[in-house]
Design a protein around this ligand. Structure first.
Ligand SMILES: [Zn+2]
Length: 428
């Protein structure tokens, strides 16, 4: 529209100029060229010059286009090369994700040929080497990357992951130090900090890493609480091993606050309160532990905190404890044992008959022998102490590698995985 208006305006101007010229036929210009005298009407001169300018403009435009052609072609070639390079890069990354080592390698080579060295091509090359099982070549590429400011962080990360896989904690620590200088709060650095601190037993360091992860919303609050509870419980066990029961109780309390269903924290809290003489608290924690999962340790803490004076007192205490988890095998076992020990033959028979046949692991056969002796001789031959029982002490087993541990730990000393140690799963 604007163009049209401009065209109309220009045409109007030209027509009026032509009209003015036509009304004045005497407007002429005279020249003398090479001895000839020329006389031209000014209108011709004006329009002639206009056409000459127009032609010159076109000529100039065409000339410039022709001269710019080679540069243009080179630019197009460069863009096409770059596009093919990015395509190879993309295909390479897809091959990496799909775990196709040959394709990843091929595309990495192509990307390197087509593109200038970029962080992405370097990373692709290193990871393609890794996928091909060539850790040495990958390490070389990662090392090259650490020399360039743009790629140093990525290179360090690659080297750290390699060192972690080798289990070379010293090297990990050294490389982490360098990576921290570049980006102290990168999620994977905090995560590696956490794992490494756990494995080297620096639990306070692990807790700091968890708090930093959580404060940056890199960890859900429930995961953060769970991890803090693991470290607190481990600290509680360490304190308990040294006989520092006050500290053990404090750590266990914090662990239970963070993760109320952590069985070892509950059991240890009961034990620590018992040792400190807080009998009421000891019993309360033992009941909570029993509710989660009955264990020999919780039963011991509860009975010792109850201080029964006679067998009737012991039966009352046991009734109170097993109420928290009445149908559990350990509850049934304790009830049967207490009945045998108090010589209550009818109830003892019922209770023993209720015990599943298949639970040899809890010593049902031994209990049956004691019942037979009671029926034959009128007394229990092997009673337990008033504050004791004959429940078996279960091992703490790593769900990852199957190693049995003498006490609960946050990290398996055998395979290094965290949060995998617990009581064995029970059938009945
Ligand atoms: Zn393990």
């Amino acid at each position: 529209m604007v163009r049209f208006i401009l065209f109309v305006a220009l045409a109007a101007v030209l027509v009026s100029v032509a009209y003015v010229f036509s009304q004045n036929p005497d407007w002429t210009a005279s020249f003398e060229i090479l001895g000839y005298r020329l006389s031209v009407h000014l209108g011709f001169l004006f329009f002639g010059l206009l056409i000459a300018f127009w032609l010159f403009g076109w000529l100039y435009f065409a000339l410039r286009r022709t001269m710019a052609m080679p540069a243009e072609m080179a630019k197009n070639a460069r863009i096409s090369r770059q596009n093919r390079g990015y395509k190879a890069l993309t295909h390479g990354l897809v091959a990496l994700a799909a775990g196709d080592p040959d394709e990843a390698d091929k595309q990495a080579r192509r990307a390197n040929e087509l593109l200038d060295t970029t962080p992405a091509t370097m990373l692709l090359t290193a990871q393609a080497a890794q996928l091909n099982g060539d850790e040495e070549a990958a390490a070389r590429y990662f090392d090259d990357m650490t020399r360039n400011d743009d790629t140093a962080f990525l290179g360090l990360r690659g080297l750290i992951m390699q060192a972690l896989a080798r289990g070379d904690r010293k090297e990990v620590q050294h490389l982490l130090e360098r990576a921290r200088k570049i980006q102290p709060n990168a999620p994977w650095i905090l995560e590696t900090d956490y794992e490494l601190s756990l494995q080297t037993g620096q639990l306070e360091g692990a807790q700091q890493a968890v708090k930093r992860l959580a404060s940056r919303r890199l960890l859900s609050s429930s995961d953060a609480r769970n991890r803090l509870a693991l470290t607190e419980t481990d600290l509680a066990f360490q304190a308990a091993e040294k006989g520092a029961w006050r500290q053990a109780a404090d750590h266990a309390r914090r662990a239970v606050n963070d993760e109320p269903s952590l069985i070892p924290a509950r059991s240890l809290a009961a034990r620590a309160h018992l040792e400190l003489g807080n009998l009421r608290k000891a019993k309360a924690q033992a009941v909570e532990a029993w509710r989660l999962r009955p264990t020999a340790g919780a039963a011991t803490s509860f009975l010792r905190a109850s201080k029964p004076q006679d067998i009737a007192g012991k039966r009352t205490a046991i009734a109170e404890l097993v109420q928290a988890n009445p149908n559990a095998l350990f509850s049934q076992f304790l009830r049967a044992e207490a009945a045998i020990e108090s010589g209550d033959l009818a109830i003892a028979r019922d209770a023993v008959a209720d015990l599943p046949e298949t639970s040899a692991s809890v010593g049902v056969n031994a209990l049956k022998l004691r019942l037979e002796a009671l029926e034959a001789g009128g007394e229990d031959r092997s009673p337990t102490p008033l504050d004791g029982h004959s429940l078996p002490l279960e091992p703490q087993v790593c769900a990852n590698c199957g190693t049995e541990h003498t006490r609960w730990r946050a990290v398996c000393t055998e395979c290094g995985s965290s949060g995998t140690i617990g009581l064995p799963t029970r059938g009945a």
